[in-house]
Design a protein around this ligand. Structure first.
Ligand SMILES: Nc1nc2c(ncn2[C@@H]2O[C@H](COP(=O)(O)OP(=O)(O)OP(=O)(O)O)[C@@H](O)[C@H]2O)c(=O)[nH]1
Length: 534
């Protein structure tokens, strides 16, 4: 809705045609090239403006024409600020020349080299507020202006050439060329060399008119600046047009000279054409105060043009911003979707990796289990039970704890295999292992030593307890009915050798040997019994 109304507003602004008069400050020449080109290139027309460009002439003060409402705009000088400070409703819209072309022109044979040299000489000056910088520079150098020998300018170089005047207020882009054509050597004394640097060729308007026609004012300004950009980018074309259409009395070479000099003063490569700096205007105002041309300073807000159609410009900016925002949002959405898709894919990949890792861990655990477990009985295998025995020996040593071991062997196991088959033997072995586990403590460790031989570690158990445990185990086996798969039940007994770890003087081999000897003794004594080897 806002966008729609702003478009309508802009459209209306362009649809109206305003007649506008521009008063130049001098005869037609390249000095006003931008305005001619804005007209010739149709920039004014596109902006809904019907522009009439009026040349200046001796006796016509461009700024006065605006104040008298004889023109809507004028090309004036920095002196326009003085007019404003004196209370006139003048507004500066743009400063075309960043450096002023106003200079004192003297003959090379005059013996005049400095501003001080000029102080005693006869000076030809167009006495207008537009030329105040040529006087300001004297004041800045501490030279009393009231003592200067000023005479009103003849506007021609004749007096300078004949010696009736010593210095002539000239435009850097104009009179020097004429002297060069006449082969008259000359010198210029520029205010800028003495630190006085006024803007020059200021596009000004009447404050009231600007307030009443904000859209037309802004359109005129922008079209004019566009015209200037075109003119400076196309000097040959512009010069030819000015020569043909406006200033046939000026040669192409003269216009080219003018264009070259003014381009250096406009400085389009360094400064945006028309740029005005409030601080610099303040300095110019301060100089007027120093010269006694004004009593006091005042804010320059009313003098420096502020686009009253900023709303229009803002709407355009808003439109651009909204479009930019939409573009950014689209890009953001695109990347967000893409990111989400990538994130999902990444999450799936991570989950897949985690699952694979888990499977690997489980597989490793299985392998570890397989490597450490006896498959038939589920007990620790010989390698593991021996490692555990070593660890328990170290612990018993370090903490001075008891450690008992039991070596178990099923009696006449060969017969079981022989009479009932190897599978039946396996079943008995598995059931025997389960019986062992059920009859030892959680802290005890059981393993298959090999064949029908088993090994049990009893940490922190003294001999008495070891004997009781072994006996309990033996009885449990003897009383347990081992049931074969065919349903037949077997009575199985076992013999158990008991040995105690002897701190400081024992090792695993010696301990095992004693347990084995005890087992041998138990077998030898008739089986189904326990024996101890000390
Ligand atoms: N079914 C089965 N038999 C095994 C396994 N490991 C060893 N054996 C058998 O166990 C029997 C052990 O016999 P022996 O060493 O003569 O001892 P025994 O018959 O138990 O006699 P004593 O130990 O003197 O009471 C052998 O026949 C082995 O083949 C096994 O994993 N499964």
């Amino acid at each position: 809705m806002v966008l729609l109304s702003c478009c309508v507003f802009v459209g209306q602004a362009a649809a109206q045609t305003n007649t506008v008069r521009l008063q130049l400050r001098w005869h037609h020449q390249f000095q006003f090239a931008g305005y001619y080109m804005a007209l010739e290139q149709g920039y004014y027309h596109s902006a809904g403006l019907d522009v009439q460009i009026m040349p200046g002439a001796p006796g016509i003060a461009a700024l006065d024409q605006v104040l008298k409402r004889e023109a809507e705009f004028a090309v004036s000088a920095s002196g326009a600020l003085l007019t404003y400070l004196q209370g006139q409703p003048v507004v500066a819209l743009a400063a075309i020349m960043q450096k002023s072309p106003s200079v004192w022109l003297v003959r090379a044979d005059s013996g005049i080299y400095t501003l001080q040299d000029l102080a005693q000489k006869r000076l030809e000056l167009t006495l207008s507020q537009e030329n105040t910088e040529l006087l300001a520079v004297f004041a800045k150098e501490g030279i009393d202006i009231s003592k200067l020998k000023l005479s009103s300018s003849s506007m021609k170089l004749d007096n300078l050439l004949s010696g009736q005047s010593d210095a002539f207020n000239a435009y850097l882009s104009n009179e020097p060329y004429l002297l060069e054509q006449m082969d008259v050597p000359y010198r210029v004394i520029q205010p800028i060399e003495y630190g006085v640097n006024f803007y020059q060729d200021i596009l000004v308007g009447h404050a009231d008119w600007l307030a009443q026609h904000p859209v037309a004012a802004e359109a005129f300004l922008q079209a004019s600046l566009r015209g200037w950009r075109f003119a400076l980018d196309n000097i040959d074309y512009t010069v030819a047009h000015i020569h043909q259409r406006y200033a046939p009395e000026k040669s192409i070479a003269h216009l080219q000279y003018e264009a070259r000099v003014l381009r250096q003063l406009i400085m389009p490569e360094l400064v945006e054409i028309g740029h005005m700096n409030a601080g610099r205007w303040q300095q110019i105002a301060a100089m007027y105060l120093q010269l006694g041309m004004i009593d006091q300073l005042k804010p320059l807000d009313g003098f420096i043009y502020q686009s009253a159609t900023e709303a229009v410009v803002d709407y355009r900016l808003l439109l651009k911003s909204v479009l930019l925002m939409l573009l950014l949002m689209s890009l953001l959405s695109f990347f967000t979707l893409r990111y989400r898709r990538l994130a999902r894919a990444l999450q799936a990949e991570i989950a897949r990796h985690a699952q694979t890792e888990q499977q690997l861990i489980e597989r490793n655990q299985e392998l570890l289990q397989l490597a450490s477990t006896d498959i038939l009985t589920g007990l620790a295998n010989r390698r593991v039970i021996m490692q555990q025995a070593q660890a328990e020996i170290r612990r018993a040593n370090r903490y001075q704890k008891n450690l008992a071991v039991l070596m178990l062997d099923i009696d006449h196991f060969k017969k079981i295999n022989d009479q009932h088959g190897h599978a039946a033997g396996d079943k008995v072995l598995a059931e025997f292992a389960a019986l062992c586990l059920r009859n030892i403590r959680d802290t005890d460790l059981a393993g298959r030593y090999g064949g029908e031989e088993f090994f049990i570690l009893l940490p922190e158990v003294d001999l008495q307890t070891a004997i009781l445990s072994a006996e309990r185990l033996r009885l449990a086996v003897a009383e347990h009915p081992f049931t074969l798969s065919c349903g037949e039940q077997l009575q199985v007994t076992c013999s158990i050798g008991i040995a105690m770890y002897l701190p400081q003087q024992d090792n695993l081999d010696k301990l095992l040997l004693r347990a084995d000897q005890a087992l041998y003794q138990a077998k030898h004594l008739g089986r189904n019994r326990c024996a101890v080897m000390y």
